[in-house]
Design a protein around this ligand. Structure first.
Ligand code: UDX
Length: 446
């Protein structure tokens, strides 16, 4: 197999595993690499270490095709392909708001000394602007092939729950390149998307410099976070004005310049990307001396965190002013539906807070219970809505799984101690719950 039909993917977490499987699905001989032996063993056996709809089936299919395998060796990766994707994480630093770049740096240190022929290391992680340039210099120092080991940046916009679709049919491709050769190599890799044979529309392509490509990702996530916090700020105003934020959002959404997506008000955003990305962006802008340009993101973060307090306040009021001795059912633990990811989950932040204030909290989530139990050992977990809600004084709906929309309020009435529900996601049918005798409250709505 010629090296141009081969691809390596370094880091097999959420992003890397998805990318490796999808590259194999596009027809490339793909070698996934991770320093974590357990991940490599699991993936090689066709097991995904996380939940993502459709991905495990595709992983098994690609393993069976013989196009996909996994390794723990940098040396093997370096010899395998001409294009290497780096998909390691950039979490928030333990000691501050900036991005932790240790894993990104480790990839360059790990693969660099083995690069003996011209190749391209393509970063996909979300990084502070300027990182790619720095990595390029370091890679050229380490690689026996010198400057012929190049760096490019190709940010990833995939959403959890839609990872396969977002990778195989993205809204756009952004290629940050420092040479014509890098652009040519990446155009070849993405040819199936840029020049589809099945009659579908080609994916829009933006070719830019390294710094622009790095910024696209943080700018996109900052915009999305701002949009959510905007409607949540409107919810705060609605609450004191007696207005209805859901109607307000609907009215705004018909203006095509605004649009309705990411305009759902509720307990706010969480997850492994939006919260840490806006904080890292603010930190990087300060370093670059342009802090004021993105200082509004501090407000975006604060509005978002205030929504967690607001749900707890609403629930406390509903159970008579104090949580002590009350039983509270929390529906949802994942930061959003169709995911088992609990990173910075608003649902768990609220559950934890209510429990600390003295309530007996039982959480139910269709997929995220194992992860949530490890992170919040003081919370109780149930394996169904009914068990979580058993004799509850109030039910808090905090992650909008489809399963929760389908709950029959009449049926649940017999389980709870008091028929009270807070919809923290503005996703339930208020009229239906009220008709079944429930006291139904939601953020930003009368
Ligand atoms: C996000 C970006 O969407 C994606 O492009 C990027 O690559 C990674 O970060 P993800 O973290 O998977 O993806 O979740 P997303 O669907 O964007 O939701 C983020 C959070 O916003 C969730 O907690 C969700 O519940 C919340 N949200 C979303 C709202 O509160 N209201 C909305 O209208 C939309």
């Amino acid at each position: 197999i010629p090296p141009e039909r081969r691809i390596s993917v370094i880091g097999t977490g959420y992003l890397g595993a998805t990318h490796a499987v999808c590259m194999a699905a596009l027809g490339f001989e793909t070698l996934g690499m991770d320093v974590d032996t357990e991940k490599v063993t699991a993936l090689s056996a066709g097991r995904l270490p996380f939940y993502e709809p459709g991905l495990e089936a595709l992983l098994r299919e690609q393993l069976a095709s013989g196009r996909l395998r996994f390794t723990t060796s940098y040396e093997e990766v370096a010899g395998f392909a001409e294009v290497h994707f780096s998909c390691v994480g950039t979490p928030q630093r333990a000691d501050g708001p900036g991005a932790e770049l240790a894993y990104v740096d480790a990839v360059v240190e790990g693969i660099g000394p083995h690069l003996r022929r011209p190749c391209l290391l393509v970063g996909k992680s979300t990084v502070p602007v300027g990182t790619a340039e720095r990595l390029a210099s370091r890679l050229a120092e380490l690689a026996p092939v010198g400057r012929d080991a190049e760096v490019a940046w190709n940010p990833e916009f995939l959403r959890e729950g839609f990872a396969v679709r977002d990778t195989l049919r993205p809204d756009r491709l952004v290629l940050g390149v420092a040479s014509d050769r890098a652009e040519r190599l990446l155009r070849e890799v993405y040819a199936p998307l840029l020049d589809p044979r099945d009659g579908s529309e080609p994916v829009p392509l933006v070719v830019a410099d390294l710094a622009t490509a790095e910024l696209v990702k943080v700018a996109a996530n900052s915009f999305l976070a701002t949009k959510i916090s905007f409607i949540n700020a409107m919810a705060e105003v609605c609450e004191v004005a007696g207005a209805d934020v859901a109607r307000l959002a609907e009215a705004l959404s018909y203006d095509p310049r605004i649009g309705g997506r990411f305009l759902r008000s509720g307990v706010g955003f969480g997850g492994g990307c939006l919260p840490k990305d806006i904080r890292a962006f603010m930190a990087r802008a300060e370093e670059l001396g342009v802090g004021p340009a993105v200082r509004f993101l501090r407000e975006v973060d604060e509005v978002n965190l205030r929504r967690r307090t607001a749900v707890a306040d609403l629930a406390r009021e509903l159970v008579g002013g104090a949580f002590r001795g009350r039983r509270i059912a929390v529906l949802g633990a994942a930061f959003k539906p169709d995911s088992d990811d609990i990173r910075d989950s608003p649902a768990l932040a609220v559950a934890d807070r209510v429990q600390r204030e003295g309530a007996e909290v039982t959480v139910y989530d269709p997929k995220a219970t194992d992860n949530a139990r490890k992170a919040f050992p003081a919370l109780a977990f149930a394996d169904s809505v009914g068990k979580a809600a058993y004799r509850a004084d109030a039910v808090l709906h905090l992650t909008e799984w489809a399963e929760f929309r389908d709950i029959d309020p009449g049926e649940l009435s017999g389980t709870v101690a008091r028929q009270r529900i807070v919809d923290g996601r503005n996703a339930l049918d208020a009229a239906r719950w009220r008709a079944a005798g429930w006291t139904f409250r939601a953020l930003g709505r009368p």
